[in-house]
Design a protein around this ligand. Structure first.
Ligand code: SPD
Length: 361
């Protein structure tokens, strides 16, 4: 070392390697006194009431990755925000038909299976389905149905299907999820039209039925439709199965779960990485983290949908597995259809329901 360099180091300790080693030794003893390296981030964009806070906290603690969460209440809301840009979302939670639409439009990143060893825990029954062959872009989060919750203390007559809910006797005493595609699919079911046979012609047939039903509904709520039922504000609900399962768990004598006799469908909600993702490694790390059996069990404890993770399901109690809203019988499962992407008709469905809701004919 030249004499000039040695004297520069003496005058400017920041240039001295020994100084940095010493600083590195001090930092763990005085946390907070030194500026931290910017933490890695993961921006989640997910359905409300679907990812328990303790799961996010455990992930943050283990990985040091800072997680932000923004919620949505429908696939359509998520799509609109995603396409508008600016959200910086790293991981989204689309249902099957929305995975299909996003993948077709080239808006999802392919998953790196080497980063996802816990895929082995998933039930093959929920993998490699038509909406995402080979699960190139998505992995199942939770699976569910849409069914009827009856408050048996208030409704004494038998309720077996949509026609009983919307027969006019329960006007102003009904809560439903606020989802246009759902509403239209229920109307199609009463007409015995297959749920994916959605064209302008079948939509026109569903229209008068939806128009007759809408004024009977008191509450539209996709986030927490159980709340109106629990509060006694309504007597009947057409809700996500996980919501029905929470009510059944709370008071099985009071809240009955019914899969509509006209037909129901099965949704498969997934995790997927949008093309605009900025933190792919963190997104895949989260995906694999939630596929651990003990983490996935926490999700089932909080939000009792059908868990597609077989290893996690082995950790559930007999009572959890016997909840009729969480786990339909094999007999019931046989008849469950799954939504497919319906392309441009989707906006017609939305437009029709919005128009009817605002009093149009
Ligand atoms: N609170 C989570 C609700 C998830 C519902 N996803 C269902 C989509 C049906 N099209």
């Amino acid at each position: 070392m030249t004499t000039r360099l040695r004297s520069r180091l003496r005058r400017n300790p920041a240039l001295n390697l020994g100084f940095w080693i010493f600083l590195g030794f001090l930092v763990p003893w005085f946390p907070g006194s030194f500026p931290a390296r910017a933490a890695e981030t993961l921006n989640l964009f997910c359905w409300s009431e679907y990812i328990p806070r303790p799961v996010i906290d455990a992930f943050q603690k283990e990985t040091g990755i800072r997680v932000t969460v923004e919620n949505y209440a429908s696939n359509e809301e998520m799509l609109a925000k995603l396409l508008a840009g600016g959200g910086n979302y790293d991981l989204i939670q689309p249902s099957e038909y929305t995975v299909e639409a996003l993948a077709k439009a080239g808006l999802l990143l392919p998953l790196d299976r080497d980063q996802l060893p816990n895929v082995k825990n998933l039930d093959p029954k929920f993998l490699d389905l038509a909406f995402d062959p080979g699960n190139r872009f998505s992995l199942p989060w939770m699976v569910g149905t849409v069914g009827i919750v009856v408050n048996t203390a208030r409704v004494k007559e038998p309720v077996t299907g949509f026609n009983d809910v919307f027969n006019g006797k329960h006007r102003g005493r009904i809560v439903v999820v606020d989802d246009s595609r759902e509403l239209v699919s229920w109307a199609l079911a009463t007409l015995k039209i297959p749920t994916n046979d959605l064209t302008p012609a079948t939509l026109a047939k569903a229209k008068p039925i939806v128009a007759r039903w809408l004024p009977q509904i008191k509450v539209f709520d996709s986030d927490s439709p159980k709340t109106a039922l629990l509060a006694g504000d309504v007597d009947l609900g057409v809700v996500w199965s996980g919501e029905g399962a929470v009510l059944y768990r709370q008071d099985p004598a009071r809240f009955r779960w019914v899969l509509p006799s006209e037909g129901s469908h099965r949704f498969i909600d997934n995790l997927a990485i949008p093309k605009t993702c900025q933190h792919k490694a963190a997104a895949e790390r989260f995906m694999d983290f939630v596929l651990r059996p003990e983490i996935s069990k926490l999700i089932s404890d909080a939000f009792p949908y059908t868990n597609p993770n077989l290893a996690a399901r082995r950790l559930l109690t007999a009572a959890q597995l016997a909840n009729p809203a969480s786990y339909p019988t094999p007999e019931q499962e046989k008849d469950l259809e799954t939504f497919r992407d319906i392309g441009a008709t989707a906006s017609e469905v939305d437009a029709m329901v919005s128009e009817l809701k605002s009093g149009g004919r």
